[in-house]
Every structure is written in structure tokens, then in C-alpha cells.
Ligand binder design. Structure first.
Ligand SMILES: [Zn+2]
Length: 78
């Protein structure tokens, strides 16, 4: 049985198994994703989770492209 990590208060980018790839139901417009459902499933372990959206982003969040490359090793900081 797969884990159920769904939580609208704490959407996630990374599964507890370490995977960053998700199965998501989405729609396309002009060759880009135009809409996606918030319920998603881990590609690796099948856990259910809540997809992140722009309104979930904390004010002090640093975008991946703005992070110094040497400071980011692929792991979330503790
Ligand atoms: Zn997983």
C-alpha cells in the first residue's frame, strides 16, 4: 500500500522516497502546461501527495536559478 502524503497546507516538491518525478493530471495550451490537478502520485513509489502552486511559495523562497550552485547539493536543508 502506498503512502498518503496529501496535505493542502504543506504541498511538496520531493517525495519521502527521494523522487522528484510525479504523475500529474494536466491540461495543455499552446504547447505548455496550462492547468494541473493538485493531487499527484509519486512516479517511483506511488505515494499520493499535494502538488505545489505559486500561491504556496513562501515570501523568502529563493528560486532554484537564483541559488549559488555550490550551495545546493540536491538535498533539502535541515
Ligand atoms: Zn515516492
Amino acid at each position: 500500500m502506498s503512502l498518503d502524503l496529501r496535505n493542502k497546507e504543506f504541498p511538496t516538491h520531493v517525495c519521502v522516497c527521494g523522487s522528484q518525478l510525479w504523475n500529474v493530471k494536466c491540461m495543455f495550451q499552446d504547447y505548455e502546461i496550462s492547468m494541473y490537478m493538485l493531487e499527484m502520485e509519486c512516479f517511483s513509489c506511488g505515494a499520493l501527495a499535494t502538488a505545489p502552486t505559486l500561491v504556496d511559495m513562501p515570501e523568502d523562497y529563493v528560486m532554484m536559478d537564483d541559488r549559488p550552485k555550490e550551495d545546493y547539493d540536491g538535498e533539502e536543508e535541515d
